[in-house]
Design a protein around this ligand. Structure first.
Ligand SMILES: [Zn+2]
Ligand SMILES: [Zn+2]
Length: 373
C-alpha cells in the first residue's frame, strides 16, 4: 500500500474510532451543544449515536446467563464480530466438550489480511490453502508469545473469503456480568498479539519479505509487488490475469514508491519482478474507445500500460471505475472479496458485472469521480 493510501486508511480508522468513542459516551448534552453552534443543524433529535456490534450485543443480553440461553437456542454458539482501535475481533459463547466457553478470536488486518486474502485467491486448491494459512499464521507468532491453548482456527465467513485467526478461550463458569467477562479476557496472552495483527511494522510499513517467505514456506502462492510492496494476486475474480492488491483503493494500480525514479502521478500496473517495471506511458489518441456503462468515461483496451484491460483513454488513464463504498457491517466489511471495480464498456461484459450489480443494490458501490459527458 502506498503512503497516501496508508494515511487515508489510518485517517479513516481514526475517524471511525473517534465516532465510536463519541457513540460510546452517548453524551447527548455534547451533541446538543454542538448542534446549537451549527447554523444548519438546529436539532439533534433525530441523531442516533453510532453503536458498535459488541456494544449492541452486550446491550441486548443484560447478563451472561441471558446470552447463554440464546446460545443454547442457537445450537451451542453465539458470536459477534466487531473491530475497535486495537484490532478485529470475534467474541463468542461456544459449547465445547467440557462445557461453555467464552472465546476471543483476533484476525489479521491491514497488510497481513491482504496477504491472507491474496494468497488464498491465488491458490490452486483453496481448501488446502486454508490449512496452509493456519500453519503460516501459527508460525507468524513469535516463539515467546506462543501458548499451548492459543490456536489458529478458521471461523465461518460471510463471503467465500475464509476467516482465519488466533483464538483463546476461558470457561464461562463464574462469569456473570459483562464486566466479569472483560476482566477475564483482559489477561489472556492473545492480547499480546494485536500490535502484530497488521504486520510486523504495524499500519505504517509494508510487510517485510520474510513474511512472504514464511507464507511461501507453507506452500502458499504469496507475491509482493516489486514496485510498491503490496501483497498481490493475479487470480482475483474481477481482474483475471491482472496483478491486483485487494486493498480497497488502488486494486490493479501501483505507485512504484519502492523503485527510485519510477514513481509517477499516473498509476501503472503492479509488477512482481522489478525488471519488468516501466515508466507510465501515454495513449496515442488513435486507440479505439467506447464509453464505460457505469462512469461514462471513454475507455480502451489498447492503452499501452494496460493492454487488454479497459482503461480510461485519457485523463488519469485509470483502469479503476469504482471503489467499494461503506454501508456494510464490521463482519461483512472484513470478509469482502471485492477490491476495486473495473470499467465495463457499454454493450460489453465483464467477470465483475454480477458483483457490481449486487454492490449497487447493497450500497457498497462508490464511484470515485463525477460522471462527465
Ligand atoms: Zn505495486
Ligand atoms: Zn467506468
Amino acid at each position: 500500500m502506498g503512503k497516501r493510501a496508508q494515511q487515508k486508511r489510518a485517517a479513516k480508522h481514526a475517524k471511525q474510532a473517534k465516532q465510536r468513542t463519541a457513540a460510546a459516551s452517548r453524551n447527548t448534552a455534547v451533541f446538543n451543544a454542538l448542534a446549537a453552534q451549527m447554523p444548519r443543524l438546529t436539532s439533534m433529535d433525530d441523531y442516533e449515536p453510532m453503536s458498535t456490534p459488541w456494544g449492541d450485543f452486550t446491550d441486548s443480553f443484560t447478563t451472561v446467563a441471558e446470552a447463554l440461553t440464546a446460545a443454547e437456542e442457537a445450537g451451542g454458539l453465539l458470536s459477534c464480530f466487531a473491530f475497535d482501535d486495537s484490532g478485529e475481533y470475534e467474541r463468542a459463547l461456544r459449547r465445547g466438550e467440557d462445557g461453555w466457553r467464552y472465546e476471543v478470536t483476533l484476525y489479521p488486518r491491514g497488510y497481513l489480511r491482504e496477504l491472507v486474502k491474496t494468497s488464498w485467491l491465488s491458490a490452486e486448491d483453496r481448501d488446502q490453502a486454508v490449512e496452509q494459512l493456519r500453519l503460516a499464521l501459527s508460525a507468524y507468532v513469535p516463539p515467546g508469545l506462543r501458548r499451548p491453548d492459543l490456536e489458529v482456527v478458521q471461523r465461518p465467513s460471510t463471503t467465500s473469503v475464509p476467516r482465519v485467526g488466533w483464538t483463546q478461550s476461558v470457561p464461562v463458569a463464574g462469569l456473570e456480568t459483562w464486566e466479569d467477562v472483560r476482566l477475564a479476557e483482559k489477561d489472556l496472552p492473545l492480547f499480546a498479539l494485536p500490535p502484530l495483527a497488521d504486520g510486523p511494522g504495524g499500519v505504517c510499513d509494508p510487510l517485510p519479505e520474510e513474511i512472504f517467505t514464511l507464507f511461501q514456506a507453507q506452500g502458499l502462492d504469496a507475491h509482493s509487488c516489486a514496485g510498491c510492496g503490496m501483497p498481490v494476486t493475479n487470480r482475483h475474480p474481477h481482474w483475471p490475469d491482472v496483478w491486483v492488491s485487494v486493498e480497497n483503493e488502488f486494486g490493479p494500480s501501483c505507485e512504484r514508491s519502492l523503485l527510485t525514479g519510477m514513481d509517477s502521478p499516473q498509476r501503472v500496473p503492479h509488477v512482481i519482478d522489478a525488471t519488468q517495471a516501466r515508466p507510465a506511458r501515454r495513449p496515442t489518441g488513435k486507440e479505439q474507445k467506447v464509453q464505460c456503462r457505469h462512469c461514462a468515461a471513454h475507455v480502451t483496451e489498447q492503452h499501452p500500460d494496460w493492454p487488454g484491460v479497459w482503461t480510461e483513454a485519457g485523463g488519469d488513464s485509470s483502469p479503476v471505475c469504482a471503489v467499494v463504498g461503506s454501508g456494510c457491517g464490521d463482519a461483512q466489511s472484513y470478509d469482502l472479496v471485492d477490491c476495486v471495480y473495473p470499467h465495463i464498456p457499454a454493450g460489453g461484459d465483464s467477470p465483475a458485472a454480477a458483483a457490481i450489480a449486487a454492490a449497487q443494490q447493497t450500497g457498497y458501490f462508490h464511484q470515485p469521480r463525477p460522471v462527465l459527458f
